[in-house]
Design a protein around this ligand. Structure first.
Ligand code: SF4
Length: 291
């Protein structure tokens, strides 16, 4: 049975931060980087109508670089956007003993953004389930607590920090390992229509966001999970990430082309029977034969 749409998410664990604090020369590049990210977010927002007048946004902040970049970019956008919307942050506390949400709460306070912490029993689950399953259950639990918190408290949208590299990697993981052509959408209504998830950074590159969070001095907070870096889900992502990096050396516009492809789908030129591609009869048998 296929998994629900909201379950098809990436591993939420963050990459390690850049180790040393930025120099003055590094900081000189911040305005240009900020402008580039803001322009991409603005264009994506306009094209997909991610943020609308009157929205109450709940931004998921794990303490990883992407979530900091997202919160900062949205808070800056809020101050200059022609539409009125609010931004609040939420952190799911996974319950790992090493997880310390204090730097997240302190930074949100410094930014003037209201912050909420909601507990989820991920620690207990990770310790009691087999190796592959925890990451899937973890994603489901995180999403479940976020959905119910947003619904209960009247937020109109949940903003997640997934970026272009996440979208591309998910596309390839689904293609190579799951036999499915799909990725994370930029805007998605939950199956019951009660929640809307948006991904305003979906066209921004991971390396830009990592640098942005570093230049801004955000504290990178590890989630404390013992599986970080060693689960099967992560190893698939790592494999795909390495493959993309190696291909980029000979195809410099690889990511741009893949982004273009995700927005330029020719359903009639694929083999999905539910889309009326009758010529695809027998494709299931062919897949079976290939193993
Ligand atoms: S590695 Fe741990 S925190 Fe990360 S997705 Fe898996 S179970 Fe969750």
């Amino acid at each position: 049975m296929p998994s629900p749409r909201w379950l098809r998410v990436s591993n939420p664990c963050a990459l390690p931060s850049l180790a040393l604090p930025p120099s003055e020369a590094d900081l000189k590049g911040l305005p240009a980087l900020e402008k580039r990210i803001a322009r991409r977010v603005g264009e994506t927002n306009a094209a997909y109508q991610l943020i609308e007048d009157g929205d109450r946004l709940l931004v998921a902040v794990s303490g990883g670089k992407d979530s900091w970049a997202l919160l900062d970019v949205l808070e800056r956008l809020r101050k200059r956007a022609p539409v009125t919307f609010t931004v609040e942050a939420v952190t799911v506390d996974p319950g790992f003993p090493q997880f310390n949400p204090d730097p997240i709460a302190e930074t949100c306070e410094r930014l003037g953004v209201p912050h909420h912490i909601i507990p989820a029993p991920i620690d207990k689950m990770v310790r009691t389930k087999p190796e592959e399953l925890p990451c899937i259950i973890c994603s489901r639990l995180r999403r479940g607590v976020l959905y119910s918190f947003a619904k209960r408290n009247g937020y109109s949208k949940i903003a997640l920090g997934h970026h272009l590299d996440d979208l591309i990697e998910t596309l390839l993981i689904n293609l190579f390992f799951e036999g499915r052509l799909s990725t994370m959408p930029l805007r998605l209504e939950s199956d019951d229509g009660a929640n809307t998830v948006i991904r305003p950074l979906g066209t921004c590159e991971e390396k830009d966001l990592q640098r942005y969070a570093w230049l801004r001095g955000f504290p990178i907070v590890p989630c404390g999970c013992p599986l970080c870096g060693c689960s099967s889900l992560e190893s698939r992502r790592k494999q795909v990430k390495e493959m993309i990096a190696s291909m980029e050396t000979s195809i410099p516009r690889l990511k741009a082309s893949m982004l273009g492809a995700m927005g330029n789908v020719k359903l009639s030129h694929l083999l999905d029977l539910s889309q009326g591609a009758l010529h695809a009869k027998g494709v299931d048998e062919a897949v079976e034969r290939l193993g």
